[in-house]
Design a binder for this molecule. Structure first.
Ligand SMILES: [Zn+2]
Ligand SMILES: [Zn+2]
Length: 78
């Protein structure tokens, strides 16, 4: 019954999951440095609404203009 990541097709666990702002798909997003999960998307800061969201890698690739607002996590989430 495990849910599947819309990006890589592998099972999601309950904790390290985000929902994409653009396509609405769920994908892997590690919420702690130690989480044994790769990131299939990135945190993104919406300058118009001053809000934080998440976008999956395929949507970033389709919308290169989003890249300048991406937040570099690099495995250093607080
Ligand atoms: Zn994934
Ligand atoms: Zn997406």
């Amino acid at each position: 019954m495990a849910e599947i990541c819309d990006v890589c097709g592998e099972p999601l666990d309950e904790d390290n999951v985000s929902r994409c702002l653009i396509c609405g798909g769920k994908f892997h997003m590690a919420w702690s440095i130690d989480a044994p999960v790769k990131n299939c998307g990135q945190a993104w800061f919406d300058e118009r609404y001053c809000s934080l969201g998440f976008i999956c890698t395929p949507c970033i690739n389709e919308n290169p203009q989003l890249r300048r607002s991406l937040i570099e996590t690099g495995g250093t989430l607080p």
